[in-house]
Design a protein around this ligand. Structure first.
Ligand SMILES: Nc1ncnc2c1ncn2[C@@H]1O[C@H](COP(=O)(O)OP(=O)(O)O)[C@@H](O)[C@H]1O
Ligand SMILES: [Mg+2]
Length: 258
């Protein structure tokens, strides 16, 4: 059994009339994310685009999933829909059993900050904030106190301790992406969603970023979903989903988590 499921064990016990337990069994809930019949359309009439077309699948807690597919196949739309960023035209997204889009916009924003860590190809850092400020921004926006211990651990892991005060334009691409990973991980999200996180980096920096994402996947037991064009990265995942024209055309488990 994956370690990820240990804290999610529910013991269902049956008691007889005297209140003595007569039988019990353990149900293990490992699912963190489930999407049902997701459809996303843009435009209407002759300009209608079906970016997602009846997509259903579920993801286990702690899983590392790679999503591949040609440009325009709906990968970014899928990740935004999973992350509570982009409301689907129809269908449902359940995160940790919660119907994500049943919430109003205010609660959806809170949900995004607490459950989801997003990493983009072009980092999306705030140019006027330094490394520490960029990393802690989601916590402060959530009106919470910064967990200093976690911040220091992340700065260590990301090898950014000596860059704490630097602004994004004073950092290399690899360093900027490490900051954006720090920002994604600061709130200890259940799921990290990365949209071509290495698309702008050379192969050495790419592998370093993937190593960091994989490390947080195991160290913090975070579910990791990565869109990538890089086959060598996809092959490091536990599972690969291929998308074409907004539909899942392949779903292969290539590794069982120890
Ligand atoms: N905001 C939008 N408005 C209209 N069409 C969009 C929008 N976002 C994406 N699309 C279209 O949806 C399809 C899927 O896009 P996207 O999810 O970005 O694909 P991918 O990430 O696989 O390249 C494409 O045909 C794209 O042009
Ligand atoms: Mg994309």
């Amino acid at each position: 059994m994956p370690q990820s499921s240990v804290s999610y064990i529910i013991i269902e016990a049956l008691y007889n009339k005297k209140g003595i337990m007569s039988s019990a069994h353990v149900i293990t809930i490992m699912e963190i994310l489930r999407v049902e019949h997701l459809t996303k359309e843009y435009g209407s009439g002759s300009t209608l685009v079906k970016a997602l077309d009846d997509v259903s699948f579920s993801v286990e807690r702690g899983e590392f999933l790679a999503i591949i597919g040609p440009s325009g196949s709906g990968k970014s739309t899928l990740i935004h829909t999973l992350g509570g960023v982009d409301r689907p035209t129809s269908g449902k997204v359940f995160m940790d059993g919660q119907d994500v889009y049943a919430q109003d916009e205010e609660n959806l924003a809170i949900f995004r900050r607490r459950y989801v860590g997003l990493v983009y190809q072009f980092y999306n850092l705030i140019p006027v904030l330094n490394v520490v400020e960029n990393i802690t921004l989601p916590v402060l926006m959530d009106g919470r106190k910064v967990n200093e211990e976690r911040l220091e651990e992340l700065l260590d892991i990301l090898k950014l301790q000596d860059r704490r005060e630097n602004l994004p334009n004073q950092l290399s691409g690899g360093q900027q992406q490490r900051v954006s990973i720090g920002r994604a991980l600061m709130n200890a999200p259940a799921v990290v969603l990365a949209d071509e996180p290495t698309g702008n980096l050379d192969s050495k920096n790419s592998q370093e970023i993937v190593n960091l994402l994989k490390y947080s996947n195991t160290r913090f037991n975070q579910t990791l979903i990565v869109i990538t064009h890089d086959e060598s990265i996809a092959l490091q995942a536990d599972r690969i989903i291929a998308i074409e024209d907004g539909r899942i055309v392949k779903d292969d488990r290539i590794r069982i988590k120890a």
